[in-house]
Design a protein around this ligand. Structure first.
Ligand code: ATP
Ligand code: MG
Length: 183
C-alpha cells in the first residue's frame, strides 16, 4: 500500500483545503519555523486513528480544529483524507475491492470523530486495523516526531519491543490478542 495524497481541510493551521501529493521517491517539506511541517505529520497520524490528544500536541482532540487567528474565525470541523494506492490489493478483505482507498476522518466540535473508507462509514478500529495489517499506523516507528529519537534512547525495553514487533509485521496480531484478552 502506498500513500499518494493527503488532503487537509480545517486541520490545525491548514484552514484552507490543501492537497499534498506524495509522489514516488522522496518528498521533502521545507519551510520556516511554525509554517506547519509537523502539523502535516500529525494529520497523517490522525487520519490513521491516533486518539491521544498529547500525540497531536493538544489538550483535547478538538484542538486539531483550526482555532482561528486575528483575521480568520475558528472552524467547527476538521477533515483529513489519506489516499492510498491499493493496486496490489494488500488491504484487508473488507476493503480490498478497489485500486484506491480514500480514508477520511472528520471531527466536528461537540460531535467527535467519524471515519469513512470510500463512501462507507467505518469505526476507528477498522481504520486502525487496516493500517496495522499493512505494518503501519499512527504509532509506526516510520513516523518520527521531533524529539522522539532521544525519547527512544531512554525508553524501557517493553517500548523498544513494540518497535521490533512493528518491524516484524505482527502489530495487527498483537492488537487482536490484546482485544481478545479484554473480552
Ligand atoms: P518547526 O520548524 O518549528 O518544527 P513546523 O513547521 O513544524 O515548525 P508546526 O509545529 O507544524 O510548525 O506548526 C505550528 C503552527 O501551527 C503554529 O503557528 C500554531 O499556531 C499552528 N496551529 C497549531 N494548532 C492550530 C490550530 N488548532 N489552529 C490554528 N493554528 C494552529
Ligand atoms: Mg516541527
Amino acid at each position: 500500500m502506498r500513500f499518494t495524497r493527503l488532503r487537509l481541510n480545517g486541520f490545525k493551521s491548514f484552514v484552507d483545503p490543501t492537497d499534498l501529493i506524495i509522489a514516488d521517491g522522496l518528498t521533502g517539506v521545507v519551510g520556516p519555523n511554525g509554517c506547519g511541517k509537523s502539523n502535516l505529520l500529525e494529520a497523517l497520524r490522525w487520519v490513521m486513528g491516533e486518539n491521544r490528544p498529547t500525540a497531536m500536541r493538544g489538550g483535547g482532540m478538538e484542538d486539531v480544529i483550526f482555532a482561528g487567528t486575528a483575521t480568520r474565525p475558528a472552524r467547527n470541523f476538521a477533515e483529513v483524507a489519506l489516499i492510498v494506492d491499493n493496486a496490489e490489493r494488500l488491504a484487508p478483505a473488507a476493503f480490498n475491492d478497489a485500486d484506491q482507498l480514500d480514508i477520511v476522518r472528520r471531527i466536528t466540535r461537540d460531535a467527535g470523530s467519524a471515519y469513512k473508507v470510500g463512501t462507507r462509514d467505518v469505526r476507528a478500529r477498522d481504520v486502525q486495523m487496516l493500517f496495522a495489517d499493512a505494518s503501519t499506523g499512527s504509532q509506526s516507528p516510520a513516523l518520527v516526531r521531533q524529539g522522539q529519537i532521544s525519547e527512544l534512547i531512554n525508553a524501557r525495553p517493553t517500548s523498544r519491543r513494540r518497535i521490533l514487533e512493528e518491524a516484524a509485521g505482527i502489530s495487527g496480531l498483537y492488537q487482536r490478542r490484546h482485544e481478545a484478552e479484554l473480552k
